[in-house]
Design a protein around this ligand. Sequence first.
Ligand code: TYD
Ligand code: MG
Length: 452
Amino acid sequence: MAKPKRKYVCTECGSVSHRWQGQCPDCAEWNTLVEEAPETKFAAKHDLSSGGRAIIFESLDMPTKPLARTTTGLAEFDRALGGGVVPGSAILMGGEPGIGKSTLLLQAAAAIARAGKDAVYVSGEEATGQVRMRAGRLGLADAPIRLAAATSVRDILTTLADGTPPALLVVDSIQTMHSDMIEGAPGTVSQVRASAFELIRYAKENGVALVLVGHVTKDGNIAGPRVLEHMVDVVMSFEGERSHQYRILRALKNRFGAVDEIGVFAMEGDGLAEVSNPSMLFLSGREEPVAGSAVFPALEGTRPVLVEIQALIVRLQSGATPRRSVVGWESSRLAMLLAVLESRCGLNFSSAEVYLNVAGGYRLSDPAADLAVAAALVSALADKPLPLRSVWFGEVSLSGEIRPVAHSNLRVKESAKLGFDQACGPADDGQSVAKLRYSGISGLMALVDRVM
Ligand code: TYD
Ligand code: MG
């Protein structure tokens, strides 16, 4: 019999190699490949004469029960989830360490418990005393949550099997869980996968809404491993800059709803406060125009959020390699935009350091931000402020054209509502809104002519 092939799995991205290497060929992280037990070999073909049962085909238009959802009472949380948690589903809550995942889930569990439903919170990271102290600080000490500190999946499931299943089960975090069905330390790919698998099966069989907390690595992947993402029904990401107050809860995958709604929270002394009207949050509220600042009407699901983008350009005297530093946007996108500005508009950034910052710790993912970033860059380079009450949006193509973007009417309307009197966007996308002037911008060259 052929020797079973050795298998090495990357703990960062979950990719599989057949020989050990110092660097993962997929995500380029070092020392992340670990050996996993080879899979059992099966006969190449099913024996169809025995063992199989006939499956029944159905049609799409058969009546189905509407999804029952459990609302937590944290409106922003429910909103990001598409209207609450679904019983019998698994949610992965990803986020950087320290961003507020435990706080958010403790608040959600408390809200559910206070509404008379059974909520279980299992912490594998903190002792119950620590969680209780936090609950006290959040003013939730009286919420009838069932709280435990445990890391053994067998212990958790044995305990839960003995009684009515809870409405909500929070496991914080999946990386601390250990299943004795397989070998390996907690946090390894195989342990995370096996623990999650058992917990998810329990949730599905018992109609429990399960939330697994997962820490993410610096590049935004759910750490060790991505495999969890397709095991669960919903993948949520809790984002923000730790040094800033605002946090955004976003669905990256949702089998029960849209993935474009967000929940906005502010981290305060007594926990996460809901922000129900976030459109002004990420503006600095300045009264004087400054060079290098542009306002972008971003769209998060159906909600417009106006964001200030700030650029700073520092000319270098020496021949040192200039820095490009970005907070809140993709650095590859900035590199592209700089290249287009250089090659299509003749601007020169090669001997200058470029710093780009999205105000308030907001992370932009909307491609329509290109024009606003370009406007901030050109304004910083020319040291000329953009008009104070103007907003900018549009996608920039490699040829330097400004392409139309989704929902420009919503963006323009919200800007007008917030007192902006000028919107600059894609040329053939003119939106007429009372009290606001729309200027179509055909290409980056037109932008440069306007600003410089
Ligand atoms: P935490 O929920 O422990 O983060 P995570 O579970 O994602 O690792 O929250 C971490 C930070 O939140 C902590 O550094 C302090 C801050 N915080 C507040 O500012 N106010 C509060 O009321 C609480 C509970 C935490
Ligand atoms: Mg935590």
